[in-house]
Design a protein around this ligand. Structure first.
Ligand code: AMP
Length: 421
């Protein structure tokens, strides 16, 4: 036998139970996003690499080492999308959509990270981008929406962390102060930075605050909040005011900087409270210069991306989802022909149903019904046909009823209702 081929490292197969579970959560999410005025789009799975290098930043981990980058046959430099914001803004500009626009997406992303639970090389994000609006009201609404979605999914043990990283100028001033502080601590022998952070001093010093090794050494370093202008600070306070008014629990984390280059002002993350390596469920913030960086007119924007796979991990056990509602089982040749017609009739009522495609004994048919997780068996024999009724057996309790075929739909709906209450 030849060796079996396996899925690529860091990818996952999503199997029927999990798929059904995801579908249920997505239905909830899509409904809520629509009530907040979002409309969905999908962009190509791959883009010109430049779209990401120009926006996310040359010195970020994503661009430096995580992109799945390749050349097509024409020698064009392409990359599987590692995130959704830059593609959405590219599509927004290219298709001349008009601000203000609220755009949502559910798309798979690709990053060549070291795989572990909750961290994959292909993963799915639900994201929103509110384009063309600059007011603390929309920043707060985006944050509240993120928390609201998690709540609707049944998660409670999360915490919203917010910060303001100000304007580009304010951030530059802060970077200098942070580097001065680090330099001083180093010269006094108080701290030594890891190899990565030595490099980050040159490339992206704010990321040192994010570093698992060195971040904690900088507890007493100056924070970005001390470098915000009065306007920036007031903006941040207004965002907090709305969040308080709406009862969204949050903490200000002045060390929250986010990995991507394009953020300005509001930055936030929603994390699980339990300590774990992969605890961020949502990351987002304001990015007022990105549209311009991509060649569009100055247009402020704010958004977030939720790691949908991490939400699934956080929810724990995936419920086993039942198979088709009815399983049509037949006894005898005549009943089989009748049953095939009945199966079509039930499906046309919009009720999920199946039967054994091969001719088998009633016992064997019931076994299949059990294996595929049918809720009720519809048993058809000559006797039932003559009486114009079918026998419905509950697969769990074994209880049986004789009902008219036309009642099969009502029975299904009653059961759905019973489950919901
Ligand atoms: P980011 O685009 O890095 O801000 O990520 C936004 C969210 O996507 C994170 O908070 C995670 O929940 C999720 N995420 C990021 N990278 C991965 C990954 N490699 N695997 C699974 N989820 C991820």
């Amino acid at each position: 036998m030849s060796k079996r081929i396996q899925k690529p490292r860091g990818t996952r197969d999503i199997l029927p139970d999990e798929y059904a579970f995801r579908e249920r959560l997505l239905e909830k999410a899509f409904k809520i996003l629509k009530t907040y005025g979002y409309r969905f789009i999908v962009t190509p799975t791959f883009e010109y690499t430049q779209l990401f290098t120009r926006t996310i930043g040359e010195t970020t981990d994503i661009v430096e080492k995580e992109m799945f980058r390749f050349q097509d046959r024409g020698g064009r430099d392409l990359a599987l999308r590692p995130e959704g914001t830059a593609p959405v803004i590219r599509a927004f500009l290219e298709n001349r959509l008009i601000p203000p626009a609220k755009i949502a997406y559910f798309m798979n992303m690709f990053r060549a990270e070291r795989p572990q639970k909750g961290r994959y090389r292909e993963f799915w994000q639900i994201g929103v981008e509110a384009i063309g609006m600059k007011d603390p009201l929309i920043d707060a609404e985006v944050i509240e929406l993120g928390a609201r979605l998690l709540q609707e999914f049944g998660l409670e043990n999360f915490i919203v962390e917010i910060n303001s990283i100000g304007t580009k100028d304010e951030r530059e001033a802060y970077k200098r102060a942070l580097l001065d502080y680090i330099g001083e601590m180093e010269s006094q022998g108080e701290i030594t930075l890891c190899e990565d952070c030595q490099r980050r001093k040159e490339t992206n010093p704010l990321r040192i605050l994010d570093c698992k090794i060195d971040g904690p050494k900088l507890q007493n370093a100056p924070t970005i909040l001390e470098f915000l202008s009065e306007d920036s600070y007031r903006y941040f306070e207004e965002v907090q005011k709305y969040l308080k008014k709406w009862g969204v629990d949050f903490v200000v984390n002045p060390r929250l900087v986010r990995g991507l280059d394009y953020y300005t002002h509001t930055a936030f993350e929603i994390k699980l409270k339990e300590i774990g390596a992969q605890d961020a469920l949502i990351g987002g913030g304001r990015y007022d210069t990105l549209v311009e960086d991509l060649g569009g007119p100055a247009t402020p924007a704010v958004g977030f991306a939720m790691g949908f796979d991490r939400v699934i991990v956080a929810l724990g056990n995936i419920p086993r989802i039942k198979g088709p509602f009815y399983f049509v089982a037949t006894v005898g040749d005549f009943a089989r022909g009748y049953g095939i017609g009945l199966l079509r009739k039930i499906r046309n009522m919009g009720v999920p149903a199946d039967m054994s495609y091969e001719i088998k004994s009633l016992k064997a048919q019931m076994k299949i019904a059990d294996r595929i997780g049918a809720v009720k068996a519809v048993i058809v024999g000559e006797e039932e046909i003559n009486r114009g009724k079918v026998r419905v057996r509950d697969m769990e309790t074994g209880e049986e009823l004789l009902v008219e075929e036309d009642k099969l739909r009502d029975l299904y709906e009653e059961e759905l209702k019973r489950k919901k209450t």
